[in-house]
Design a binder for this molecule. Structure first.
Ligand code: BJW
Length: 233
């Protein structure tokens, strides 16, 4: 029986790295050929929507070439078998948590497989390429649809729900994230001031490591199954 009742887990690009999806800030990262302002800001999209569509089309198409790894599957196992509550928040825009078996994943930075219309806000699942000619499925506005990704300067999704979970949890676990991007980078402090224990699982210390009660270093496919096993034991 675990001593914890409510666990919040935050994942970042590091959990998908061993599935073959490049992380953002590590050497050879995703934005190597594109300045971040060009592809991950509303201003970049307004300046060159065709380029931004091409960038996300490539990443959406690449999803079919990768598969969930042991870390994604271990978290799904935890969600299925833990007696208390597990809130799984990811900054990742891939669908590997869901394909690994997780339910109710909170995608705070959006999803590659989702689109919304800037004209009418209609949102739908998008598996194929988007272009500047794509029409909204609801209002038919051409060029209205954009990738359902939270860009810099935009408000991440489900913040009220996430903050409520952070304030009531007794364990916060951060997996494979650099702690470089807010508000996610501040979750550890919010959980801590409300009394939670905090644990970081990462290949190397993150920018926020000093805020964690405990840090473990190693690949997610090793550390996450080990940690899940210890919680379920
Ligand atoms: C492994 C591993 C293995 C590798 N095993 N580990 C100045 C100060 C403070 C804040 C700001 C500031 N100026 C601007 C801001 C705000 C801004 C921000 O944080 N900027 C920073 C750059 C400073 N944030 C925003 O604009 C956000 N919105 C916002 O703040 O709204 C206002 C608000 C106020 C109050 C409350 C709420 C809201 C929006 C942020 C949107 C981020 N979007 C992105 C891009 C999406 C587009 C795309 O995907 O193309 O999301 S940024 C990018 O970074 C992506 C990621 O989700 C996010 C986090 O990256 P992540 O996951 O941590 O990846 P990496 O690569 O950084 O790290 C990988 C880690 O894995 C490393 O640590 C490795 O060691 C590890 N690893 N292999 C385990 N095998």
């Amino acid at each position: 029986m675990s001593k914890f009742e409510q666990i919040v887990i935050l994942t970042g690009a590091g959990i998908s790295a061993e599935s073959g999806i490049q992380t953002f800030r590590d050497a050879g990262g995703l934005w190597e050929d594109h300045p971040v302002e060009q592809v991950a800001t509303p201003e970049g999209f307004a300046a060159d929507p065709a380029l931004v569509h091409r960038f996300y089309n490539l990443r959406r198409a690449a999803l079919s070439t990768v598969a969930p790894n042991a870390a994604h599957k271990a978290l799904a196992d935890l969600q299925a078998r833990f007696a208390g509550e597990v809130t799984l928040v990811t900054q990742n825009v891939d669908d590997l948590h869901e394909r690994g078996g997780s339910k109710n994943v909170i995608h705070m930075h959006g999803e590659l497989l989702s689109t919304f219309c800037t004209a009418c806000n209609h949102r739908w699942r998008q598996e194929t390429d988007l272009t500047v000619e794509t029409q909204c499925l609801a209002c038919q506005t051409q060029g209205g649809p954009r990738p359902d990704i939270v860009w810099f300067g935009e408000m991440p999704y489900d913040m009220d729900r996430i903050e409520r979970a952070l304030k009531r949890c007794d364990l916060f676990v951060s997996i494979g994230t650099s702690g470089a991007v807010y508000p996610a980078a501040g979750f550890v402090q919010l959980a801590h001031v409300h009394g939670a224990q905090t644990l970081e699982l990462n290949l190397e210390p993150s920018q926020g490591s000093a805020f964690f009660g405990e840090t473990r270093q190693g690949p997610a496919t090793q550390l996450v199954p080990e940690w899940v096993h210890s919680i379920l034991a």
